[in-house]
Design a protein around this ligand. Structure first.
Ligand SMILES: *[C@@H]1O[C@H](CO)[C@@H](O)[C@H](O)[C@H]1NC(C)=O
Ligand SMILES: *[C@@H]1O[C@H](CO)[C@@H](O)[C@H](O)[C@H]1NC(C)=O
Ligand SMILES: *[C@@H]1O[C@H](CO)[C@@H](O)[C@H](O)[C@H]1NC(C)=O
Ligand SMILES: *[C@@H]1O[C@H](CO)[C@@H](O)[C@H](O)[C@H]1NC(C)=O
Length: 437
């Protein structure tokens, strides 16, 4: 594979947004400047005498500037560590809220309590309004070291210099051990929940009919009355009846800061791509058996109005696939073959926050083998997204640990099985962590 170009190695492409390395660099520069001033004062005896005489006065004035009696917290030009800590802890509360959604029941209870808590605390609300989201509007791709190996980016969109969507590939972004650990965690999760038949949902009645037809089910005719009221899902017993004839991919999700691995992964992704931890959403491991793929789609909403959308996607293959299972970008004529540890990363949106149709992609059907990937989406705006997750769709009555399958507009297999982890899986995951670090 080719070497990375010099251009790719430059961090300077990253816009300065008051976060990350650029902010640290800024502090270092001003520190060096002060040292120089001090040296030149020391070189001049007269000035040194003046400095000694006036030092207490200077310090007093300096102290007043730094700590004036009425300190305006709204000015961003002053560093007040108390405020920084407050903001940081606010953000972690919001992350925590996201985590709780994993357990449907407890979430619903929490949801009921939350509005009164919020209205009771006007101060908190205004603090949240003042909080500026971290914007993600560019990639900063560079070479990194993983397990003492140099992992270099290769741009796959080199032949499309004017493309607003850039795709890069890294070989060995995850190590063999990490890939094996993630596959094992996912498999274990599937084994444990296999006893449960999922509830099946469709995006429309015509999608439902098409899935039945393609599964060779001719003796069942369906109408909207087969959907449980207020949903586009079929009830538990009907789901069980049809489930054996339909196929889907499987997914296991976990959230930032939930495990040692998530931290390792997001640090590595940040160094290699500039994608900020603060903008990352959930981590999702997905597997596809033979005959399964996922239709062409964009990871952002075409014609999007609000910018809480997925700016970029990173996808890592956790295993080789004998045949099929490629990630294809039809508009760009790019097809990536799954290979263990190989990662691809691309932006779905442009720097202005609009969804780019050219980012459309698909997971080709697996012909032979078993495909495993881990994906993570990075959002254009950090804070809004993390603070306000989309409401869960209404579902028919189901057991607390009953998973759900969602089938979208049909195109060679577009059903996905979801079951976000509950605490048992997390406990299991923590026990396996040693194998992942
Ligand atoms: C902060 O900025 C404002 C407006 O630019 C200025 O008036 C104020 O003096 C600054 N405060 C400090 C402490 O630098
Ligand atoms: C920083 O802000 C807090 C309020 O959040 C205030 O209590 C504290 O006095 C401020 N610190 C300084 C050094 O002014
Ligand atoms: C606030 O953050 C600063 C800088 O990270 C840290 O040194 C300090 O201990 C923190 N204070 C509190 C009360 O958490
Ligand atoms: C579930 O749905 C099927 C198909 O619409 C229906 O025949 C059946 O009565 C439903 N069962 C329950 C328990 O609602």
């Amino acid at each position: 594979m080719g070497k990375p170009t010099k251009r790719l190695n430059k961090r300077t492409q990253r816009p300065v947004r008051g976060e990350g390395t650029s902010a640290v660099g800024g502090r270092n520069v001003s520190g060096a400047g002060q040292a120089k001033v001090r040296r030149s004062i020391a070189d001049n005896k007269f000035l040194r005498a003046v400095a000694i005489l006036f030092l207490p006065v200077l310090l007093g004035v300096f102290g007043l500037i730094m700590y004036p009696p009425s300190f305006d917290l709204s000015t961003n030009n002053v560093t007040n560590t108390t405020k920084i800590n407050k903001s940081a802890s606010k953000e972690s509360i919001i992350h925590g809220h996201g985590d709780k959604r994993r357990n449907d029941r407890s979430t619903k209870d929490k949801e009921k309590q939350r509005p009164s808590q919020t209205t009771n605390n006007k101060a908190k609300t205004s603090e949240m309004e003042d909080f500026k989201p971290t914007i993600l509007d560019s990639l900063a791709i560079q070479e990194i070291i993983v397990d003492e190996n140099i992992v270099s980016p290769v741009e796959l969109t080199k032949d499309h210099p004017s493309s607003p969507v850039k795709i890069y590939m890294f070989e060995g972004l995850l190590t063999e051990r990490e890939c094996a650990g993630l596959r094992r965690v996912h498999q274990r999760h599937l084994t444990e929940t296999n006893a449960q038949h999922p509830i099946i949902c469709f995006d429309s009645l015509s999608t439902f009919r098409r899935h039945l037809r393609d599964a060779g089910i001719k003796d069942v005719s369906v109408s909207t009355s087969d959907f449980t009221q207020g949903t586009t899902c079929i009830n538990s017993s009907f789901s069980e009846e049809l489930g054996s004839s339909l196929t889907w991919s499987h997914s296991t999700s976990f959230y930032p800061a939930e495990s040692k691995f998530s931290t390792i992964f997001e640090d590595r992704v940040f160094k290699a791509t500039g994608l900020k931890q603060s903008n990352g959403g959930k981590f999702q491991i997905t597997s596809y058996l033979e005959g399964i793929g996922y239709k062409t789609h964009t990871d952002c909403t075409l014609g999007n109005h609000d910018k809480r959308d997925r700016y970029a996607t990173i996808l890592v293959y956790l295993q080789d696939v004998e045949e099929g299972g490629e990630t294809k970008f039809p508009e760009l004529g790019i097809s990536v073959t799954p290979r263990k540890g190989r990662a691809i990363v691309w932006n779905n949106m442009n720097g202005g926050g609009e969804c780019e149709p050219i980012s459309i992609h698909e997971a080709a059907q697996v012909k032979t083998g078993h495909k495993f990937i881990i994906q993570r989406w990075y959002y254009y705006k950090s804070f809004s997204y993390l603070g306000k997750r989309a409401p869960e769709p209404d579902l028919p009555a189901r057991a607390s640990d009953q998973p759900r399958v969602s089938c979208d507009e049909y195109e060679h297999g577009s059903c996905r099985w979801y079951d976000e982890w509950n605490n048992d899986h997390l406990t299991e995951y923590r026990a396996l962590q040693s194998g992942l670090s």
